[in-house]
Design a protein around this ligand. Structure first.
Ligand code: ATP
Length: 315
């Protein structure tokens, strides 16, 4: 079962460049969260700070009572064992075949026998649909397979928190959907807490329980999927609907002239909220809420057509 990650007042700069300031949010135990944001807003920096690879200037990251931001190297080493990380390019060792790549954390961090390692590696390879490709080198397989191999490797130490950096980068929409389905099924089976960083609006609209958005050096919003998909907040609305009209410009923020030119332009209506993607079992995951529940509980009228099966693919 996954654990909660509580972030309080987190601030990170490089020299005089503030990346983001005063970020507070809670990744609920066992839930799937997505972090969005225009390029360069510090999503990867956020992931690296959560796992202690980067030190924040201020603030805290609490995981089961340990503050990653201030703990000792020894405590950090222990807490890191709870994490599985899938980096953007899969971060495979080019000279090792997939089997050895996936076995690597087990050989590094445990004293397991080679036969135990074999059964764990093969179990994870099966979960991600890579049985038969064990002896391939990373350069011999497609980008989608490399991502799945990276995911298998992130799983071998049975992580309670999975951080996934842009699973869709370099993948076509069909392979992205397959990879999303693998992550949803893993969450159903083991309930690790997921944080997925992505640009892919389609993934953000259909996969997570919660969505966050970094913009203009702060966390613009974080909350349940239905809250953000029904939000009229201009930045959230523009990004989640991939529109050009709104405060976000090519170089992050539009200037006064660009915004003045847009004044009076009618914003397109909010599209329907799609049904959240189910695991392959067709049942709700343990932390998944029925369609429309958040809207009903909060008296929010969702856009027309929301939660109808015909909107499953809407993005
Ligand atoms: N180690 C570092 N030293 C100095 N600056 C850094 C470092 N790592 C990242 N940055 C800067 O932090 C900013 C945010 O980078 P980051 O890669 O987190 O953005 P991102 O939102 O993940 O972008 P993208 O969506 O394009 O991947 C960038 O301006 C980057 O140059």
């Amino acid at each position: 079962m996954g654990v909660e990650v509580r972030v309080e007042g987190l601030t990170k700069s490089f020299g005089s460049q503030l990346i983001w300031g005063d970020v507070s949010l809670t990744l609920p135990a066992g839930e799937i969260c997505v972090m969005l944001g225009p390029s360069g807003t510090g999503k990867s920096v956020f992931l690296k700070t959560l796992i202690g690879l980067l030190k924040p200037d201020r603030g805290h990251v609490f995981i089961e009572g340990t503050d990653i931001a201030t703990c000792s190297e020894r405590e950090l080493y222990e807490v890191r064992r709870m994490f599985g990380v899938l980096f953007q390019d899969g971060a495979m060792f080019g000279s090792m075949d997939l089997y050895d790549n996936v076995a690597f954390p087990l050989r590094e961090h445990t004293k397991k026998s080679e036969s135990d390692i074999r059964s764990i590696v093969m179990e994870k390879m099966e979960m991600v649909g890579l049985v038969g490709a064990e002896r391939k080198l990373p350069a011999e397989i497609s980008g989608g397979m490399r991502k799945r191999a990276g995911l298998a490797r992130a799983l071998v130490l049975d992580p309670q928190i999975l951080l996934v950096d842009e699973p869709d980068s370099g993948l076509d929409p069909v392979r992205t959907s397959f990879l999303n389905q693998v992550m949803i099924d893993l969450n159903e089976a083991f309930s690790p807490t997921f944080l997925i960083v992505t640009h892919d609006v389609n993934t953000a609209r259909k996969v997570p329980d919660n969505i966050g958005m970094l913009y203009h050096r702060h966390l613009a919003m974080f909350g349940p999927r239905e809250m953000l998909l029904s939000s009229e907040e201009p930045v959230i609305r523009q990004f989640l609907n991939a529109q050009m009209v709104g405060p976000i410009g090519m170089s992050e923020e539009k200037d006064a002239d660009e915004l003045a030119a847009e004044a009076g332009q009618e914003l397109p209506a909010l599209p329907p909220i799609p049904i959240q993607q189910l695991p392959s079992s067709g049942m709700l995951r343990p932390t998944q809420r029925p369609p429309g529940e958040w809207c009903r509980e909060h008296g929010v009228t969702p856009p027309p057509g929301s939660f109808e099966s015909s909107t499953v693919g809407a993005s």
